[in-house]
Design a protein around this ligand. Structure first.
Ligand SMILES: [Zn+2]
Length: 164
């Protein structure tokens, strides 16, 4: 079972996530005035950066696990049949991390013999273990990660950096 991404791609997404937020907080263009006046303002800005960029780090790290993507459904846990297949559609459950919501990818399998559905082993890495924020009842919010980046990036770019 391979990883869902490469280190190079994961790092590119993470740098892009930080870069996009840094551009908002400290624009490179000297003619763009800095926002905020008090340290509390700066803290708020840094918090936005953290809540936006850190979920990307978690999402990409999870995708780098060697079992992030199942290549086969494996044995059906309901009836023991080997005749199960991976469904084409994946779901993207949102887990609460210490730094805001993280969107993971979860595969599903279905059994030809009994019709049962199940998660192929290894799919949805990081979900089974939960997160420390889940245990602590962390705050929920909007989806983070690549999805949020794609949303904020607009329609002109639907791929990884450097196009945005
Ligand atoms: Zn079955």
């Amino acid at each position: 079972m391979p990883a869902r991404t490469t280190r190079q791609e994961a790092r590119a997404w993470i740098f892009a996530a930080f870069g996009a937020q840094l551009d908002r907080m400290i624009p490179e263009d000297e003619s763009v005035p800095l926002k905020g006046a008090t340290f509390a303002d700066f803290e708020d800005q840094a918090e936005v950066l953290a809540q936006t960029a850190l979920p990307v780090v978690l999402e990409e790290r999870a995708a780098l696990e060697s079992n992030a993507e199942a290549e086969a459904a494996g044995r059906c846990p309901h009836c023991g049949s080997e005749g199960a297949y991976l469904e084409k559609e994946v779901t993207q459950p949102e887990v609460r991390s210490l730094h805001g919501p993280v969107v993971l990818t979860r595969q599903h399998a279905r059994c030809r013999s009994c019709g049962g559905s199940f998660y192929p082993s290894g799919s949805g890495v990081g979900i089974a273990g939960g997160s420390s924020a889940d245990a602590a009842g962390g705050a929920a919010g909007g989806a983070g990660g690549r999805l949020a980046l794609l949303r904020s990036g607009g329609a002109e770019c639907a791929g990884p950096p450097p196009c945005w």
